[in-house]
Write a protein that binds this ligand. Sequence first.
Ligand code: COS
Length: 385
Amino acid sequence: MTILRPEQERIKQSTREFVARNIIPRAAEFDRSGEFHPYLLDEARESKIFAMAVPKEYGGLDYDSVTQALVLEEWGYGCAGMGTTLAASILSMDSVLVAGTDEQKRRYFTPMLSARIGAFGLTEPGAGSDAGSGKTTAVKAGDDYLLNGSKCWITNGAVATVYVIYALTDPSKGVKGLSAFIVERDRPGFTIGTVDHKLGIRSSNTSELLLKDVRIPAANLLGKEGDGMKIAMKTLDLARPAIAALSVGLAQRALDECVKHLQKRFPDKPQPGQTLQFKLADMAIQVEAARQSLHHTMELRDSGAPFSKESAISKTFCSDVAMSVTAQAVSLMGSHGYTSELGKYMRDSKIMQIYEGTNQIQRLVISRAVLTPAPAAVSTLKAGE
Ligand code: COS
């Protein structure tokens, strides 16, 4: 178990209270409706939690990485859909942290201080796992760029205020012609396409983005033309542990609900049979090992050491644990499991193995690191580098 500092303990406790008050009571209803509810943003405004990754100099909470993991675990415990809204907004901010100038950071982060959210637009119909093969273009037009194309499966797509959009400034160079841009929601020509209906995380929004001659100033380019793939990869290194944190929350919730159910069902039998005891123990081992893998990655991240491999390991391990523990919880509870909230945890867990890079892609990243240990996988890119 990670020994938390008093400040981390306090934040964990206050987040737990926030989640118990505002998230858990509405989770089933939002899951049923399958829609994002702005209610959450209203409730979160005062706490500034959507700015927990924003550095102090831009007015944010500037939480260290372990503390961010603690918060996201609690949100995942309450509702992984609402947790996804928070995690995806931070994902988009990570691109700006990686490559933004001071002015761009101020502009992008300010809305987060009042619980506005961002979205990260990399994926396209023909560019999912193969992130570098998108078709969206950004053509220079005087002092501006004109963006054309589409993005799909974008978390927060229809509900964000600001976006980081990846587009080709030089299609002839392939992945080396990819660039990253800040795009504000109210730019003419920027519209929302299909809103996806999902198996899980149904309280989060996932949408298609359509860009038709969207004009943005050159000042919205992050880094230099052609930096896009590197910015995206560094962003994903930073962001993948957030999925690990939601996964740990999901797995812990399923375990707790299982225990609660057993204690309620057999009130005169404080100890279930040994078969069940061993199953619960195995679930607890998985949850705790997953949490430790995540905290280790977060400590590395804050130390400035390379953490690309560990980021992929914790994302893969924690999401596999979430899938396994939530499915075991349903099995252990039988019909009760299948008809209760446990079903939601299992549905919510599946996406953890898919988004922000499928677990197959993570295994590719991990195996490359194992086969060719890098001297120093860079984790930050200075503006203009
Ligand atoms: N940090 C910094 N730079 C990185 C990097 C990292 N972690 N990983 C790769 N790069 C750089 C490489 O160094 C290379 O640049 P150079 O050619 O200048 O050396 C460039 O990025 C391309 O890397 P690579 O050749 O490894 O790219 P591949 O096409 O082989 O793809 C994978 C790499 C598959 C790992 C990548 O496409 C990927 O992560 N896909 C999943 C995308 C994803 O997670 N999507 C989810 C979106 S959010 S829901």
